[in-house]
Design a protein around this ligand. Structure first.
Ligand code: SF4
Length: 169
């Protein structure tokens, strides 16, 4: 949301801002967000996995078992299962983000991916793509939220549309 003197407030997957919060202890700084969008919007960094209490670095996880109701289990160690931890987080955190006009999600992430996250079923390679658990819950709670994945920011048309829709609010 925005007022005449305030910038629109937009959430962003925190690793895209250059913070080293990814499972491998690195960031995924996105130059478009940092150079073009940060002057226009008040950016609210959100890292669901860190905010849920997981350490950095941490074992990588992936969506498994089902397209509709996937679990979040270890990529290298299938005994790792953080589904309940993330579901508990997703039951609380989205309600605190009601002031956002939009959200920029990190693609392919099992927590943040919008439409691009691989799902592994029966130990096979990914047969389908789905939405990360946090992105899914946030979009369910706020169906009018203006959302985009960072990969689409490189398409001028998408970037322009996203920026226009947010600034019109
Ligand atoms: S993709 Fe999401 S959960 Fe993963 S490091 Fe980035 S902000 Fe955190």
């Amino acid at each position: 949301m925005s007022t005449p003197d305030k910038k629109p407030v937009v959430g962003v997957s925190r690793c895209l801002l250059g913070d080293a919060v990814r499972y491998d202890g690195r960031s995924k700084a996105n130059p478009i967000i940092l150079e073009k969008l940060s002057p226009l919007f008040e950016l609210v960094p959100v890292c669901p996995e860190v905010e849920a209490g997981l350490s950095t670095p941490r074992p990588p996880v992936q969506l498994t078992g089902s397209i509709e109701n996937p679990k979040l289990t270890g990529r290298d160690d299938p005994l790792v299962d953080i589904t309940d931890i993330m579901q508990d987080y997703c039951a609380i955190r989205p309600a605190q983000l009601h002031h956002l006009s939009g959200f920029i999600f990190k693609s392919r992430s099992p927590s943040c991916g919008l439409n691009s996250t691989p799902v592994f079923i029966d130990g096979l390679s990914a047969i389908e793509t789905s939405r990360g658990l946090f992105a899914r819950r946030l979009c369910e709670m706020y169906p009018d939220l203006i959302v985009i994945e960072e990969t689409d920011l490189y398409d001028d048309e998408y970037l322009d549309k996203f920026t226009r829709l947010i600034t019109k609010r």
